[in-house]
Design a protein around this ligand. Structure first.
Ligand code: AMP
Ligand code: MG
Length: 404
């Protein structure tokens, strides 16, 4: 794969690899037991081992009749018991069959189920089977899904609806998860005000704060809302100093080259700062450091840049701190529905949609335009030094892979 050849620009993979290494070095390892009802979005701290077989006993996959195939010589069988789901059958009387319903336990001695559609009940109460029978048909065997002791979910699994349903199917009422990361969100910029206030001269509304707080909450973080931080060294020092008991300080803005770099100054005085120039667009400048031992990530302030750099770099970093292994979004090769004839030094993440099976970018890709992402269904990745013609393949990363 080609990468940037302009000295000083760090490829996206290199930045991600560094962030993930830092995440592993500062993993959040404390755990807690939570009820399943509180476990959505959390990360499993230990493998989930099956405490029982699933299904726990042989049962019927159909409404029909259960029999021992060896007892059947082609003649109709007497129905000797009726087994509903939730009931406990008696052993099957030899030479008979049992009326049985989906999910009901097979009686001891039965090994085959015929569905009711292929059975004819005669007036004398016996049942004839019209089709050939196969041993074990329509039986869900004990342990066919899971055996007791199987590791059904590895440590580091993010718990969503499927995982919670699976844990419930195994009778687990509580799970051991990593504690929630505490993440402070700071929006830097003298020009920012919050929605609900009238817009004064030169002011804009703070979009990144809401964007990041909602996103972090989806990621299972406990958010410390640091509000707006004015562009001032003293205030920056004080704001950072007040955030002692957090796992990460996430700031936006104030990392552009040439700007009075108050975040960087404060970090250099009482911590560490690395200012990365990334081969990413939108994005590019990103601060990575620590203040009095607390990790700090400073994202670029333009909202689309915040979106892309949080989604592709800070989100994987946070998830890896919780022990999640697959932290990168899935992407799929899709044909371009556009031409690209300006090969760039930076990898571009166009906010794009799929239309008629092709990737179509939003017309305005400015890094200040968040509306592009609201319109989009994903990021279209245009690699460095690349041109594209309509129909050429490129990677499409659905937003659903990033936002959760
Ligand atoms: P900066 O990196 O501080 O120069 O910010 C780059 C651009 O992003 C400027 O146009 C800022 O006004 C804008 N910006 C910074 N922070 C925010 C924010 N929280 N919400 C909306 N726009 C922002
Ligand atoms: Mg600023």
């Amino acid at each position: 794969m080609s990468c940037c050849d302009k000295p000083g620009l760090m490829p996206v993979e290199a930045a991600l690899a560094r962030l993930l290494a830092q995440a592993e070095a500062s993993a959040i390892v404390e755990c807690e037991r939570v009820n399943l009802s509180d476990a959505a979005g959390r990360v499993l701290a230990e493998p989930l081992l099956a405490p029982l077989d699933l299904p726990p006993w042989d049962n019927s996959a159909m409404d029909g009749y259960a029999l021992r195939l060896a007892d059947w010589n082609g003649e109709p069988l007497v129905v000797s018991q009726r087994i509903q789901a939730g009931s406990a059958p008696v052993p099957l009387q030899s030479g008979t069959c049992a009326r049985i319903f989906t999910g009901a336990p097979l009686p001891a001695g039965a090994d085959t189920v015929e569905m009711q559609e292929n059975a004819v009940l005669s007036e004398d109460g016996r049942v004839a089977f019209c089709e050939p029978l196969k041993l074990g048909q329509n039986v869900r065997a004990q342990g066919q899904e899971t055996r007791i002791g199987d590791s059904v979910l590895p440590a580091g699994t993010r718990l969503g609806p499927i995982e919670l349903g699976l844990a419930a199917s195994l009778g687990c009422a509580e799970l051991t998860v990593r504690r929630r990361p505490r993440v402070a969100v700071l929006s830097t910029g003298d020009e920012l005000i919050e929605p609900g206030q009238p817009l004064g001269p030169g002011q804009i509304y703070n979009s990144n704060r809401r964007l990041l707080i909602a996103w972090l909450q989806r990621l299972g973080c406990e958010v410390v809302d640091g509000g707006i931080l004015l562009d001032d060294l003293e205030l920056t020092r004080a704001a950072l100093g007040a955030l002692r008991d957090v796992d990460l300080i996430l700031s936006t803005g104030g990392v552009s080259v040439g700007e009075a770099d108050f975040l960087g100054m404060a970090l250099r005085e009482e911590g560490e700062q690395a200012l990365w120039k990334l081969a990413i667009k939108p994005g590019k400048p990103l601060t990575c450091g620590q203040f009095r031992g607390v990790p700090v990530i400073g994202l670029p302030g333009n909202p689309a840049s915040t979106l892309v750099t949080f989604g592709l770099l800070a989100r994987p970093y946070l998830l890896r701190r919780l022990g999640v292994q697959r932290v990168e979004p899935l992407g799929f090769p899709m044909p371009a529905g556009f031409t690209w004839n300006k090969p760039g030094k930076r990898r571009e993440y166009l906010r794009a949609r799929l239309e008629n099976g092709r990737v179509v970018p939003y017309p305005n890709q400015s890094s200040g335009v968040l509306r592009s992402a609201a319109w989009a269904e994903g990021f279209a990745e245009v690699l460095e030094n690349t041109t594209l013609s309509v129909g050429d393949s490129l990677r499409f990363i659905p937003l659903s892979e990033i936002l959760g």
